[in-house]
Write a protein that binds this ligand. Structure first.
Ligand SMILES: [Zn+2]
Length: 265
């Protein structure tokens, strides 16, 4: 399924008559705002009695949705999700299209882009928080990982929450890598892996295997790509990972990476 294939008939199948009527009223009353179209997602803000953030996704031909309202119970779609879809079906032109935006932005000079971002940071308070995070160096990122680990050590740790926060450190590491700071990116990945293994050991609980697998693959990738690789440092990192409990590090093929690097031990 593609967003272009959605029509009023589909919407009537997704929600009840009543929800659809509410949704349509929201859409037509322009209560659906900040509309954004990404290749496989639609985003919007719904101003009902309160303001809700809505996201609709198409993945593997499946439509899925999220809304920040408490209405979503028993898997039934809420009027806000439907309102976003009504806005899409009836007025797709109101959506900011990411693909077009990207093409558009590419035509701007660097100075123009800088002006746009500076302007945004004055006008949109949230942008300041995001830019402040972007401004972080290696130390800040490692500290943010420490903080997540501390928060997660309590009595009833929420590993899913922790995982989301750690993913933010991962995103920042990737950005460092894209700017050519491979050693820094690698050390963040190492730090993430080592802290995750240590926390798992302590709590006797597992993070998702995908997270560890992904982190380890990227970690190895940074090792392969780095032409100025500090082998001794990497050796220490791998020894450190090896010192963690086999129960939790069994998904990581440390022997393989050692062979590749001709590391001793
Ligand atoms: Zn909702």
């Amino acid at each position: 399924m593609r967003f272009e294939e959605l029509d009023i008939e589909t919407l009537k199948h997704i929600g009840t008559e009543e929800t659809n009527a509410q949704a349509r009223a929201l859409a037509q009353g322009r209560r659906v705002q900040n509309l954004y179209r990404l290749p496989n997602r639609l985003l919007g803000t719904i101003r009902d009695e309160e303001t809700f953030q809505v996201e609709v996704k198409i993945e593997d031909d499946q439509l899925s949705y999220e809304c920040s309202c408490p209405q979503v119970e028993g898997g039934e779609v809420c009027s806000h999700v439907l309102a976003l879809l009504w806005a899409w079906v009836e007025e797709p032109g109101r959506f900011l299209n990411q693909t077009e935006l990207k093409d558009h932005l590419k035509k701007y000079s660097k100075k123009e882009l800088v002006d746009i971002i500076l302007n945004l940071s004055e006008r949109v308070p949230n942008v300041r928080g995001i830019l402040k995070e972007e401004d972080q160096g290696l130390e800040d990122i490692l500290e943010s990982i420490d903080r997540v680990m501390e928060e997660t050590s309590g009595d009833s740790p929420a590993l899913a929450d922790a995982e989301n926060k750690l993913r933010q450190a991962q995103v920042r590491a990737d950005r460092l890598a894209q700017s050519g700071y491979l050693a820094e990116a690698r050390s963040i990945y190492f730090y993430l892996l080592d802290n995750i293994l240590s926390l798992e050991e302590r709590l006797q609980k597992f993070f998702s295997p995908e997270l560890k697998k992904e982190l380890f693959e990227e970690y190895c990738q940074f090792i392969h790509e780095d032409r100025q690789l500090e082998k001794e440092l990497v050796q220490q990192e791998i020894e450190q990972l090896e010192s963690r409990s086999p129960t939790f590090r069994s998904d990581l093929d440390l022997a393989e990476i050692k062979r590749e690097l001709n590391l001793s031990g």
